[in-house]
Ligand binder design. Structure first.
Ligand SMILES: [Fe+2]
Ligand SMILES: [Fe+2]
Length: 235
């Protein structure tokens, strides 16, 4: 079983030309920075560059572990990095805003076939009844929805953390690994939760939708999605 959270890989412009270009774009960086402040103001978990980078690295790990081509890895990492750029405008429909904004930045910089796939990845990542037409979309959903960890809680006051279920669930998560077993065709999210802050069932209740998205995405990739919390198999 491949037991790595973020495998180290050479992210050169030669290997991943689209990702390199997008990651260095000042507009993308500026919008991610703004998204951080907007979602912080809304008492959300961290939704800035850190989340974007985590999701991109996880997308790289998933796509390379599944044996996708460098080109499809490049698309997966790029879509994952930019999936939340629309948050600075509005949390509601941020996936649609992000998709259109992405087109506006890169319409003359990325060829239309790749641009179209990336727009679909961004628009699709938070949609009811999501349908996948490219592995980059499914990979971005798994990478995004599995990003639950203590560092994403921007609140420092423990009392306030305890009052909010979303804070509690993230704050309680002290270890987060994604395991891919190519032989058994499973993608497993393995979490360690500090039960002082959140009960296992509470986690499951709040993340039911997210885990369902992961299951649908894994199915599209030909895999079963599994969830293990504190060594209990929940899915
Ligand atoms: Fe999102
Ligand atoms: Fe996200």
């Amino acid at each position: 079983m491949g037991r790595i959270i973020h495998k180290k890989c050479k992210q050169t412009a030669e290997n991943f030309p689209i990702f390199t270009q997008v990651k260095e774009n000042p507009i993308v960086l500026s919008w991610l920075k703004k998204s951080y402040f907007v979602t912080k103001k809304m008492d959300f978990t961290e939704h800035g560059f850190n989340h974007a980078e985590f999701v991109a690295k996880r997308a790289k790990y998933i796509s390379s572990s599944l044996g996708l081509s460098k080109y499809n890895q490049d698309l997966s990492m790029t879509g994952a990095l930019c999936h939340d750029i629309g948050n600075f405008l509005s949390r509601t429909h941020h996936h649609y805003f992000g998709s259109i904004l992405f087109f506006n930045i890169f319409q003359n910089k990325i060829k239309i076939e790749d641009l179209t796939i990336l727009m679909q990845v961004i628009a699709n990542h938070d949609k009811e009844g999501m349908k996948f037409t490219h592995p980059a979309s499914a990979i971005t959903v798994i990478a995004d929805k599995s990003d639950v960890r203590r560092e994403r809680v921007l609140e420092n006051d423990l009392e306030k953390i305890k009052e909010s279920i979303h804070y509690r669930v993230n704050y309680a998560t002290v270890d987060n690994e994604l395991l891919i077993d190519k032989k058994k065709k499973t993608i497993t999210l393995k979490l360690k939760i500090d039960k002082k802050f959140c009960r296992v069932m509470e986690y499951f209740e709040i993340f039911m939708d997210r885990m369902n998205y992961c299951r649908i995405a894994a199915e599209y990739l030909g895999y079963d999605f599994k969830l293990v919390i504190n060594d209990f198999k929940l899915l």
